[in-house]
Ligand binder design. Structure first.
Ligand code: ADP
Length: 395
């Protein structure tokens, strides 16, 4: 009996101790859970995004303060209510319900766990506003619970809209300006043609030497004006994408000959030599737009001759690629005034000229290189420049 009693007392003591330990553990776990819950609440409350937790039946289980502010609901009003009645606008209700339904059936969705999605939501006042949200399932519990983070993007949308409007206005302004330039330059050409034609006729009538000289001056000025007007018209057309590029096989040799002959007087006027030099084997024919190629080469050559005195201008040609036929490079090289490095990119812009001694003396609209660059690009090519002041340039 004695031994049994002692045994019983021991067993009871052991049980009491283990019960005490268990209760201590339970208390500790409860404290940990409270702490975790507190931490979670703090995280959710400090979130700038609205957080809404809801069940698989679409009942709201919890919302944070940001959600209260965003949706204009008191927490007590929202909790227990249906997502589809309170937060989801009529337009998206069916989609919301089917998404949850499908997810519960297949565990898959293009929305749940799919990252950031743009949509609209509804405030208590029934006002609809744009949001960005992400949604995911909280694992661990028996019944699935969903959590969604929602961001009100009303202001961002408004800013975007203002920016788009400003851009559209600027573009419309640009278009109007381009249209104006195109119309004006076109309208100026007709009377100018009339003037130049009549001057030509006048030249053939009996005139004194002095009158002849005056008319020659007027003709020279008229032609220059026509050249400028044509440049402006060309830019407008290129900007409007109205210039069609053709691909024709033609004799490069004939074209170069003709260009060099045409430029000879200009070369002489500044005491320059003008030569063509093939670096690779000359190719007799090439395929591209002959009119545009001539226009580009003429512009580069006349610039080179304009900005060089008592020097040399060379047109170097080299072919590259398979059987020397894939790419062709034209280099217009001069020993003229050169261009300072900071202007090298700028001169390809419209109406850009570099202030220089010859520059001011020579006339130009500053459109030539802009046109050349557009034309080169339209033909799938590239144009660039290297230059050293007082040594010369290579275009
Ligand atoms: P424009 O010749 O009508 O002024 P461009 O667009 O053809 O217009 O040339 C722009 C500017 O680039 C010229 O005004 C000149 O300052 C500079 N430039 C062009 N080619 C040369 C060159 N070969 N040597 C020196 N400067 C040049």
């Amino acid at each position: 009996m004695g031994a049994l009693s002692i045994g019983m007392v021991l067993v009871l003591s052991a049980l009491t101790i283990s019960l005490l330990l268990l209760s201590l553990q339970a208390q500790q776990r409860a404290r940990q859970m409270r702490e975790t819950a507190n931490r979670l609440t703090t995280i959710l409350e400090t979130s700038l995004d609205a957080v809404v937790v809801f069940s698989a039946t679409g009942r709201i289980l919890a919302i944070n303060s940001a959600a209260e502010q965003m949706f204009e609901f008191q927490r007590a009003e929202a909790i227990g209510g249906k997502m589809t009645d309170l937060l989801v606008p009529a337009l998206h209700r069916e989609k919301f319900l089917s998404t949850i339904r499908d997810y519960m059936l297949n565990g898959q969705s293009d929305i749940i766990g799919a990252g950031r999605i743009s949509m609209t939501a509804m405030r208590k006042s029934r006002a609809i506003f744009p949001i960005e949200f992400s949604i995911d399932q909280i694992g661990g519990s028996d019944e699935p619970i969903f959590v969604t983070f929602i961001r009100d993007i009303t202001e961002r949308r408004a800013t975007e809209l203002t920016l788009v409007e400003a851009r559209d206005k600027a573009l419309a302004g640009e278009r109007a300006k381009a249209e104006f330039l195109a119309v004006m330059s076109h309208e100026m050409r007709t009377p100018l043609n009339g003037l130049l034609g009549t001057l030509g006729l006048l030249q053939d009538t009996p005139l004194s030497d002095q009158q002849h000289a005056y008319i020659s001056n007027m003709q020279a000025s008229g032609k220059l004006l026509m050249h400028h007007v044509n440049d402006v018209l060309e830019i407008s057309k290129l900007e409007a994408g109205k210039v069609a590029i053709t691909n024709t096989p033609f004799s490069l040799h004939d074209m170069l000959e003709e260009i060099i002959q045409g430029q000879a007087p200009q070369a002489q006027a500044n005491a320059n030599t003008l030569n063509v030099h093939w670096v690779s084997q000359p190719v007799p024919y090439i395929v591209c737009d002959p009119v545009r190629l001539r226009q580009i080469l003429l512009n580069l050559l006349s610039n080179a001759l304009k900005f060089t005195k008592n020097g040399a201008v060379t047109l170097e040609i080299e072919t590259f690629g398979k059987a020397n036929s894939e790419e062709i490079e034209f280099r217009v090289i001069d020993t003229g005034i050169g261009i300072q490095e900071q202007y090298l990119e700028q001169i390809f812009g419209d109406f850009e000229t570099v202030d220089g001694t010859y520059g001011r003396a020579t006339q130009g609209t500053g459109l030539g290189l802009g046109i050349s660059r557009r034309l080169t690009r339209a033909m799938g090519g590239e144009i660039g420049v290297e230059s050293t002041v007082d040594v010369g340039s290579v275009f």
